[in-house]
Each structure stands twice: as structure tokens, then as C-alpha cells.
Design a protein around this ligand. Sequence first.
Ligand code: ACM
Length: 437
Amino acid sequence: GITISCTSPAGAFYAAQTLKQSLTKDAAGKWAIPCMTITDSPRFTWRGIMIDSGRNPRSIEELKTIIDLLAHYKVNTIHWHLTEDQGWRLEIKKYPKLTSIGATRPESPMPGNRNKGDGKPFTFFYTQKEVKELVDYAKRRHITIVPEIETPGHAAAAITAYPEFGNKDIPGYKPRVATRWGILPFTFSPTEPTFKFIDGILEEVCQLFPDSPYIHIGGDEAPKQQWKNSPQAQEVMKKNGLKNEQELQSYFIHRVEKLVNARGKQIIGWDEIREGGLSKTATLMVWHDPGIAREAIRHGNKVIMTPFESTYLIRQEGPHPEGPEYEMATFSTIPLQKVYNMNPIPKGLTPEQEKNILGVQGSCWSEYMTTLAKWQYMVFPRMFAIAELGWTQPDRKDFTDFKRRLDRHKPFLDALKINYRTDSGEPAQPDAKMIRE
Ligand code: ACM
């Protein structure tokens, strides 16, 4: 017989995943489970992946298959990046132009040549009905979806839909949904009508994600030039005694935080939100130097770790075949072992302070992932290493053992047609479509 004891429904769910993973064949070729006792609990409460639907969204059906697989490996959080310069992907009933205008880009970068357009308009967004269905689907698998609504930058699509909430008083103002990757100049204006607009969006977002304690409000890579050039932004700085545009960004984030808090949730922001003054109550998502996490924790904040150097799944794992379908943002790689060996806890913290590291996340920016097969190639097997980082105590980690167990899982992944990267760099499913036609 099998006895499962747990202190929460999630515990029972994870025990069931362990059981499934322990299935083996006996000498006669029959399914069997070894005789054993397992006492287990996760190291971190945030065992996450960031899914970038702004650049190249996955369909609801694809997201369900992703959720099924991640749940099997006890990942419990999807950070869903829903808004970008290249497209706004979430239906907001109060502001229909966000999707009727903001969900379409006139063209995308050509696979294999990011500086050239493919000439094909691209439109995609999720209806509220679909989002509710997905949130519920994830919840039944003990995964919380945390939405990200980017402010004040990475907002060109929203500003194209509603130009009145950008810096409309600068010379040559002409927002457009972006057709190339990179950092765009458009930021929301730091004005009262804009905060009202953002609040209207948050009202619907909070209803769509009732179980997420957080709203991720972005905060990364917001260029300051438009604010420098905008008389109304400069006026806001003067009125509020702000010395520079970094402080204006901080003011902006604090204003958005108040809106989120008033709706009963906390904010998460990328680590740039500390520039110009970090709110004590924000949770910081660290993607730059892990030392930033140490500073933030000493400042009293909670932190989620997703360093570019070890968890950014936009970077290749290693050698790969030639061809436009393997184009990447950067030539530098993150081998599997580097992911597995990263330590989510920066040095120099007391055991009490270490508790403010909520966990670890793989961030899968999807500029160069136009199909599910390419997405899988970039994400697996490294996401299994991140799942283990999130779950397993450091004294039990062993890369050789991890590799041995990973090999045991490959027939399971093959049966599901998961296009993980093989040790040689070839895709596991040779017929999988790696590029959108
Ligand atoms: C980021 O990679 N811009 C958070």
C-alpha cells in the first residue's frame, strides 16, 4: 500500500508527482514502485518561470501543456509577462483599444535577420474568458499565475492604443506598436490621467487573477529621455520635489504600488525599481548582479532571484545546429550545469535574512521563440534544474545524480513529444516546427 501524509493539499499533489516520477518497470516488465519512505518539503515558496507573451505568445492550449509538465516538476508559479512594446495581449473591457490596436504589430523581425521585417502583421491576445480558464487550470495543478503589466516602460503598444497616456507633449510624438526587438523610448506619462488609466486596468487584472497575492508592475529598462523632454513630466518633478528622472521613476512606481495595494495585492518589480528609492513593501525581482538582492534584503525587502547570468533561458544552453531557427539574442551560453549550480541565496546574509529570498525563476524571453517547439528547446532541460533549485536543499544537490535522473525522464518527455535540447545540441523531436511560417 501507499500512505501519503501532508499538511496541505499542495503537499498531497506533490507526493503524487513524486509517485508518478518513481514508476519503474520490474524484472518482468510490469509497472512497479519501489518500497520506500520519502519525507520531503520544498526549499522555496517561489519556484517559477516567466513566460513572455508580449513578443511571441503561446496559445491557451500550448500553455496548458506547459502547465501540465511544469506541475509534474513541482513548479508552482508562472510569471506571465502580458504587455510589451511589441504587443498588448490581455483583453481589458474598459479599454478595448488595448487589444483592437495594441495587440497588432505591422510586422515582426525576420527569423535569422532581426534587422529586417517579415512584412506580416501579427495579432494576438487572450480574452478574459480564456484567462479565467487558464488561471483555473493552473490552480488545479497548484500553480499560481502572477500577471505582469509593464510600467512605465515597455509600453509602446498601450501608448499606441491610447496616445493620451504617453508623453504627448514631446516633439515628434508618434507612438507605434514595435516591429523590432530592443528597448523603445516610449514611457507612460507620470500624470494623473495615466494613473487613473492604470488603475482601470488593474481593477480588471485583479479580478482575473484573484489568487495571486502579487501584481508584477515591470519597472525595467524605462528610458528617461521622453520625461526629460516632456514639459508636463518636468512639471510633475518640480511639484513633487524630485531631483531627477530616476526619482520620477521611483515616484511613478510608488503611485502604482498604492493602486495595487488598494486592491489588496502587493507589487513585484524588476530590480530597476530601486533606482531613485525603493519602497520597503515591494518585492524585488533581481535579474542583474545578485549583490542587488543582498542590498534589498538588508533594506527590508523580499526578493525573487532570476539572474541573467544563470537563469535567462533566452540564452542558448550550448552548441546548436545552424539555421535561422536557432537565432538568439546573444552568443553567450548558459550550460545546464551552470544553472544547476547557481545559488539563489547571495552570500553575506544572516539565516533570518535568507528567509526573505522567496525563490528562484527561469525567465524565458521569447523574441526568438516563435513556436512551442523552439520554446521547449530553450526551456528544457534547464527548467528542470531550476525546478530542483527551487525544491531541493543544497546539501542534497548533486549534478551527476541530476543528470542520471534526467536521462531516466527522457522517454517520458519523448512520449509527450517535448522538444527538449539533447546533450549533443540537436532538438529531441527532429520533426518539430522550430519557426513560425
Ligand atoms: C529584463 O530582462 N528586462 C527584466
